[in-house]
Design a protein around this ligand. Structure first.
Ligand code: NAD
Length: 423
């Protein structure tokens, strides 16, 4: 049994902490957010991929300690950093990583290993993490203590590819660093993929999400063209997808959201621009296309209300199905659905939002968001329009199709009917 510290008990850190407890380690879940700590201690999980019973089982072992006090960090063997790496003023913000590494530096013991899991640009582990730890201790990384990078690929809500079976890339500053990190990950995951350098692992992670961002932008632009041509883009994609090689299907939608897709490519393009004076043109273009998609959805809705029903958006009663950025999760950070809702409201629409996954507390006291609900406050037929923004399984699409006057389906999930318009 080793003493593991997981810095940050969020969407990435909590599942990792649970897996480490299950593997038999003693785990400190270091979490500065008092609200989250209270919930963790009460056995209430705010991360869908960690059911309450898993948290309860972790507590029952006596080997899981959620904490924000520094003394909990003493004598750790392995510390994994899973803190946010958001954008601030549209630029990468590494301040959380910086703070977490500084905290660990104060408690580093000889022979311990520090691993960065947060998504970031190539060079962060070597140029940010290592110098802070070396300065704090006066020791040499790779000799007196060990440093690794292992990007997280967790896909919230995905029941097939989970933390346990998704291949885990592991890199180290030196070979002994990578060996230490690999040794830890082999206790918690089934499939470890070794990288030769820290930078190739860091680049692989940001590239994976950049690849999705660019391909989603491609189908979003295709969809706008198809609409002009009077072609159903979903049928076109279905046909293209019959090609058994050389084609991977992506779907259009209201835009991209969550903590990763709108953010990670910026780490790559910003780094390329500031460090190397180059523009990663396709990434920046993809970002622009996807960012403009919520406004496109609103325009489509506006056009239909005008043309079919001869009413404006101002004063129209609209039901938005879904606030989360994708199906199966309640995470509505950077969600395009939330942007569609706010654009509609800006134009004077009266919007109700229904999302069975969204925890009401995370949307404040907004009366219009019906979090944790599967049915709206008034019958579907009483809305001038329904817009499907997140295709949660809980929505009864057949029922909605039968009842609603008009649905704009941004996910290609609704059955075909005269009242349904697909993006
Ligand atoms: N959410 C995902 O699906 C996902 C997937 C892959 C990678 N990632 C990456 O993983 C990282 C974490 O993402 P997340 O979604 O878990 O974020 P999150 O916001 O859910 O969790 C991060 C936690 O870190 C805590 N924290 C902040 N400062 C801290 C500090 N100094 N020390 C310790 N804890 C601190 C926060 O309070 C928060 O609870 C990010 O870099 C993200 O890009 C996320």
């Amino acid at each position: 049994m080793q003493k593991i510290v997981v810095m940050g008990q969020g969407y990435v850190g909590l599942p990792l902490a649970m897996a480490a407890v299950e593997a038999g380690h003693g785990v400190v879940g270091f979490e500065p957010d008092e609200n989250r700590l209270v919930q963790l201690r009460a056995g209430t999980s705010y991360v869908e991929d960690v059911p309450d019973k898993v948290l309860a089982a972790a507590h029952a072992t006596g080997r899981y300690r959620p904490s924000r006090t520094q003394d909990a960090l003493v004598d750790f063997d392995v510390a994994v950093i899973t803190v946010p790496t958001p954008l601030k003023d549209r630029q990468p913000d590494l301040s959380y990583v910086d703070a977490a590494v500084r905290t660990l530096g104060d408690h580093l013991q000889a022979g311990a290993t520090v691993i960065l899991e947060s998504t970031t640009h190539p060079g962060t582990t070597r140029d940010v993490v290592v110098p802070i730890l070396e300065k704090a201790t006066g020791w040499v990384a790779g000799v007196d203590f060990f440093v690794g990078f292992s990007p997280e690929r967790i896909d919230p809500g995905n029941r097939v590819w989970t933390f346990e079976n998704t291949p885990k890339i592991v890199a180290g500053l030196t070979t002994p660093c990578r060996d230490r990190a690999e040794e830890f990950y082999r206790t918690v995951t089934k499939n470890v993929v070794l990288a030769d350098t820290l930078e190739e692992a860091e680049l692989a992670k940001v590239f994976e999400n950049t690849y999705r961002q660019v391909n989603i932008a491609l189908v979003n632009e295709l969809q706008r063209l198809a609409h002009k041509l009077g072609v159903d883009v979903w049928r076109t994609l279905g046909l293209a997808d019959s090609k058994p090689f050389g084609f991977t299907r992506f779907s259009p939608g209201p835009g991209v959201g969550g903590h990763c897709l709108p953010v990670d490519p910026v780490f790559l393009s910003h780094h390329t621009r500031t460090q190397h004076g180059e523009t990663f043109r396709i990434v920046e273009l993809a970002q622009d296309i996807n960012d403009s998609q919520p406004a496109y959805v609103v325009r489509r809705l506006q056009d239909t209300l005008n043309e079919r029903f001869h009413i404006g958006v101002y004063g129209a009663r609209i039901l938005a199905l879904g606030l989360a950025y994708k199906a199966g999760t309640g995470d509505h950070r950077e969600s395009p659905a939330a942007q569609v809702v706010s654009l509609l409201e800006g134009k004077g629409a009266l919007v109700d939002v229904l999302d069975p996954h969204v925890v009401p507390a995370t949307v404040g006291d907004s009366p219009k968001v019906f979090g944790a609900h599967t049915t709206p406050p008034m019958p579907y037929a009483d809305y001038d329009a329904v817009v499907l923004l997140t295709a949660h399984d809980e929505f009864d699409l057949q029922h909605i199709a039968a009842e609603a006057r008009y649905v704009l389906d941004t996910r290609g999930a609704m059955p075909v009917a005269p009242t349904i318009e697909r993006l």
